[in-house]
Design a protein around this ligand. Structure first.
Ligand SMILES: Cc1cc2nc3c(=O)[nH]c(=O)nc-3n(C[C@H](O)[C@H](O)[C@H](O)COP(=O)(O)OP(=O)(O)OC[C@H]3O[C@@H](n4cnc5c(N)ncnc54)[C@H](O)[C@@H]3O)c2cc1C
Length: 413
């Protein structure tokens, strides 16, 4: 097993520095423009594809870093550049994680490359789980997938919401209920190949932050996909659901039973520390801007950092950011070395990093004073962007629920 080591190796340092250069020279200068335009920043995605950042190869290489630190290092640097553009670049990788987690090796080989396209013709991917009445409550999902034995196809109907890249993606990964009586355990993930009739974009949301990332509803109206698009295959799904039915029967008889994983939760589990790393990058950007500003802004004849009130805030900002990074790196290392998350360390890392980004960017606005309240300075955008980190990939309350349930073994509500 690879030991936990805070000293980055030469490859990690080279990747970090390369990404930092791209974030500094390409992403950050474009951030305000794409935030105002509220559109997918295609020229930046194309540039990232040209240099090899927007590619399956790049994300796979980081994912397979045996120390687990490849993805968090990459996320931190890209989101240091800008969270909206960062998500536009990394949204497909989050959807691809859904395929890697739940798909067979053949499915991963077929669909994961399609999710990124080629350097000359980059494509996007979307992961669609949330619904208007099923956000935190994933088990309440209404989108149905029904197997049509005559054609060996699945027929999907329903409406997904809040999907990053929804409707503009080349490949959509859709979580649907196969057996509603089993709740989250009766759900499965499906690939919807490009151009499949019946899939359309609903409303595109106008957002508070991360506005360079496209978020929209996805409507599924009698969408037919071959059985081969069921991630993991039908045999495995039937087996899993049979176990869930046995489990439900055992619970009804009052017996103690083991937990069974469901498709959406498995995907979230794999991606939570990566999302925490995005929050760390964003928080670090706001902290660095604040430190510089506090050293140069003069009031009462001295730089404002000369006041303990400001200097101590900066000390706290940096301390929380470093603590958040350590939690993210620990969880990523645990995932890479297949250690059990006995204290929900993945959720812990996302909870703390998300709350840190929100707190740090609020302090940044305060340090910038009136300037922080205007769009002339990037901390205003960073503060809006940070708000998402206590909401998506499980809200802070849901992370606390997961942690509390894991620690106590009790069905905390
Ligand atoms: C910009 C953006 C991008 C997104 N991208 C995607 C995507 O690509 N794919 C996807 O599937 N989804 C995506 N989402 C959806 C996101 O994951 C959900 O918004 C999130 O899970 C919360 O669900 P909800 O919005 O329905 O809030 P709700 O579940 O309605 O929660 C509302 C409030 O109630 C609290 N709450 C709910 N239940 C409990 C409880 N049991 N105990 C305590 N508090 C509780 C929540 O914490 C929250 O504060 C995205 C959302 C946004 C805003």
């Amino acid at each position: 097993m690879t030991g936990f080591n805070l000293a980055l190796n030469d490859d990690q340092i080279a990747v970090r520095d390369w990404l930092h250069g791209f974030a500094r020279d390409v992403i950050r200068p474009a951030a305000a423009e794409w935030d105002e335009r509220e559109e997918t920043p295609w020229p930046i995605i194309q540039e990232a594809a040209k240099v090899g950042i927007y590619s399956l190869d790049f994300f796979a290489q980081q994912q397979f870093d045996p120390t687990g630190l490849g993805i968090p290092i990459a996320m931190e640097e890209l989101f240091w550049g800008d969270a909206g553009i960062g998500l536009a670049i990394c949204g497909s990788a989050l959807a691809a994680a859904g395929v890697v987690t739940n798909g067979t090796p053949e499915q991963v080989g077929t669909w994961a490359p399609e999710m990124f396209g080629t350097p000359d013709d980059p494509k996007l991917a979307a992961f669609c789980s949330s619904e208007p009445d099923a956000g935190s409550d994933v088990a309440a999902m209404r989108t149905r997938a029904v197997y049509d034995e005559a054609t060996d196809e699945w027929v999907l109907n329903g409406t997904k919401t809040w999907a990053t890249n929804g409707g503009i993606a080349h490949i959509h990964v859709v979580v649907a209920s196969v057996d509603p009586e089993l709740g989250a355990r009766g759900q499965a993930s499906f690939i919807i190949p490009p151009g499949t009739p019946g899939l359309s974009q609903g409303q595109k949301f106008k957002k508070h932050g991360i506005r360079a990332s496209h978020t929209a509803e996805v409507v599924l109206d009698n969408v037919r996909v071959p059985n081969s698009c069921l991630l993991g295959g039908k045999e495995k799904l039937d087996e899993r659901m049979a176990k869930a039915r046995e489990r439900a029967a055992a619970v009804a008889r009052g017996e103690k039973v083991e937990q069974v994983k469901n498709a959406a939760m498995a995907t979230f589990e794999a991606s939570r520390p990566a999302v925490g790393a995005q929050a760390v990058g964003l928080a670090r950007a706001a902290y660095e801007e604040s430190l510089e500003y506090a050293k140069t802004r003069v009031q009462f004849g001295r730089p404002i950092i000369d006041n303990q009130g400001i200097a101590f805030t900066l000390a706290d900002m940096r301390t929380r950011i470093d603590a958040a990074r350590l939690l993210v790196w620990r969880a990523s290392w645990m995932a890479a070395t297949a250690q059990p998350f006995t204290a929900a360390e993945g959720s812990m890392s996302k909870l703390y990093a998300g709350e840190t980004a929100k707190w740090v960017t609020a302090q940044a606005i305060q340090i910038f004073g009136g300037n922080g309240f205007t769009r002339e300075y990037p901390v205003e955008r960073m503060h809006r962007d940070a708000a998402i980190y206590t909401i998506f990939e499980g809200t802070s309350e849901i992370q606390r629920l997961v942690i509390a349930r894991t620690l106590s073994g009790m069905p905390i509500r």
